[in-house]
Design a binder for this molecule. Structure first.
Ligand code: NAP
Length: 337
């Protein structure tokens, strides 16, 4: 493919200097080697992107770097027989946006085995309303309802960080499937939004935060989707019903988990870890098919906000401050040339 200049966010993080982010022009020749070049139409903002864009070396080892762990677009060039120019595709996770130039640029080049063909009933934009956040929420739902066999009649499911990307999509999918969802949120102004997504009841962060040494609390939840970690995950483990299950995917509150064995040995609960980035391809495809069909949420638009690459900077800061609500979809084909 003829080399072409395109715009991308470039994050610079150098010793003794504040992290900087700017929109620059770069060349397809500068992208890492790979089987398939994709013209990115949409990306989305995830918490990991905010970390990469702020110089977090746990996510991105080397700068300058273009973040963006999600990308949906059209194959432009391919040396792999499985993908042909013109095909709509999506990529989430693996190393995209971490140490491989990511979806906050108009082109990416990736190995063929990272790519999922866009499911038929999903548009490129819709796939990025889900993005890694929606894929992760879906993995949590899969673990609770398919792997663990949780049924709607088993009781309430708690979702923490409910107004965020993973949380709001988990609330929506579970409600769509007929589960009774309790949404936990630190934002009183988002109660109406969460009820609109299908939450049956809403609790504050304080309601689900236990700072005592009690090994067990009243068994409230038939299942939990925890997106925040720390004391909230520890409290959820103490408050989960006999033989029920908890999924852990996030650490916005804290990566630490101070717990005891009692929820496990007295109530027989299961804690499922969620690692969306390295989900095996067969399961990955099966989850995307569910997202596009039986789990597809009505009114996806109210969950997301579309922005250009040029306005992304402010949203990254907002996310780092824990103020983000719903999903931010980045349109790579608008804004300045
Ligand atoms: N394991 C995986 O594969 C995987 C994949 C995707 C994301 N994640 C992780 O999942 C987490 C959520 O990601 P996201 O994209 O949904 O982020 P997000 O959009 O920023 O949402 C996080 C939400 O957590 C709540 N929150 C923020 N700060 C908090 C604090 N100090 N204490 C308690 N709650 C707090 C807020 O919701 P409320 O105000 O409503 O409480 C916020 O909207 C992140 O840690 C992310 O890295 C993991």
């Amino acid at each position: 493919m003829k080399s072409q200049a395109f715009k991308a966010m470039m994050v610079r993080s150098e010793k003794d200097r504040p992290v900087s982010r700017e929109i620059i022009r770069r060349s397809i020749d500068d992208l890492p080697s790979g089987d398939v070049v994709i013209q990115v139409h949409f990306s989305s903002l995830n918490y990991k992107d905010a970390l990469s864009a702020s110089g977090n070396r746990g996510v991105t080892r080397k700068y300058p770097h273009t973040p963006g762990i999600d990308a949906a677009g059209i194959v432009m060039d391919s040396t792999h027989a499985g993908f042909l120019p013109g095909e709509p595709v999506l990529v989430t996770g693996y190393d995209l946006g971490m140490n491989t130039a990511g979806g906050f640029g108009q082109y990416i080049r990736v190995p063929a085995d990272w790519i999922v063909k866009l499911p038929e009933r999903l548009s490129l934009k819709e796939s990025m309303v889900y993005g890694t956040a929606g894929f992760t929420a879906s993995l949590c739902v899969f673990k609770l309802t398919v792997t663990h066999g949780l049924k709607p009649e088993d009781g309430e499911i708690l979702v923490t960080g409910a107004s965020g990307g993973v949380g709001s999509l988990a609330v929506s999918i579970l409600a769509k499937l007929g589960y009774s969802v309790t949404a936990a949120s630190g934002k009183p102004e988002m109660h109406e939004f969460l009820t609109g997504l299908g939450a049956r009841s809403i609790v504050s962060r304080e309601d689900i935060q236990d700072d005592t040494d009690s090994p067990l609390l009243k068994a409230r939840w038939a299942g939990v989707v925890d997106t925040v970690g720390g004391v909230f995950l520890a409290t959820a483990l103490k408050s989960t019903q006999q033989r029920a299950a908890v999924t852990a995917c996030g650490n916005v509150a804290s990566p630490l988990l101070n717990t005891t064995v009692f929820p496990f040995i007295l109530r027989g609960i299961t804690l499922y870890g969620i690692d969306s980035a390295s989900t095996p391809m067969e399961l990955r495809k099966a989850i995307w098919e569910k997202i596009a069909s039986v789990w597809k949420i009505d009114g996806l638009d109210r969950l997301s906000h579309e922005i250009s690459l040029e306005s992304l900077d402010a949203y990254i800061n907002r996310m780092l401050q824990g103020k983000q609500t719903g999903r931010v979809v980045v349109n790579l084909q608008t804004g300045s040339k």
